[in-house]
Design a binder for this molecule. Sequence first.
Ligand code: ADP
Ligand code: MG
Length: 256
Amino acid sequence: MSQLTGNRIRTTAGKLGLPHLAETITEFTRRADEAKMGYLDFLDLVLSEELAVRDDRRFRQGLRLSRLPHHKTLDEYDFSFQPDLDPRKVKDLATLSFVEDRANAALLGPPGVGKTHIAVALAVAACRAGYSIYFTTLDDMVRNLKTAEAAGRLVNKLGTYLRPSVLVVDEVGYQPLERAEANLVFQVISKRYEKGSVILTSNKTFSEWGQVFGDEVLATAILDRLLHHCEVVSINGNSYRLKNRLQTIERDADVA
Ligand code: ADP
Ligand code: MG
């Protein structure tokens, strides 16, 4: 490849928004020469590498904007610690067909069983697959919406929770809500209904949601929309947070 051609390809690639090609054209042509690559294989290599770089950049940017508390994956989840949880149920969710269907997923159970871990892992997988994601606790969402409402910016702020393809709402039920607050939650859930997925975690059963939302009618209206298309995963085991602590306490007791 002449220097002139190389320079022209770099300029054209830059104008076309193909920065990876602009940076690596010399390396690509060296590899093509070495492998005696045909034209189609060469073009295939260049385009697929450009796409991979672009996907990776979009994935990392998506994670940065998502406000996820961490980036744990399902590979890091020890299913043997929760024998009553069928791994297939969670792995089915990880295929993301519920996201494609704009349906919801609910992870229920007591503290420490890995509800947030699994919700985050599903969100990371969705982000990798190209979906936009956003993470919030229920309390943060309510607080932000209330502040925005008081400042006359509710519609604008609602957009934060309506735009992403996948909204993770963590910790439903930790704090009871007042009626006006529950109404803000209803607005988010009803506007997302059949438009985008919600992944929620809760330490409360659905029958306790009346207390959480301070109003049975509102709670029923929220549940009605959430549960119409929803995969529910209940995890009824021991807290992983206490695992090591309990082992230490038991060991110390044995020694004593
Ligand atoms: P929850 O949201 O149900 O209260 P978390 O998802 O926050 O629980 O889990 C608490 C901690 O324990 C996190 O650091 C999480 O990664 C870890 N954890 C929970 N369950 C498991 C598990 N089965 N295997 C590996 N780590 C787990
Ligand atoms: Mg949690």
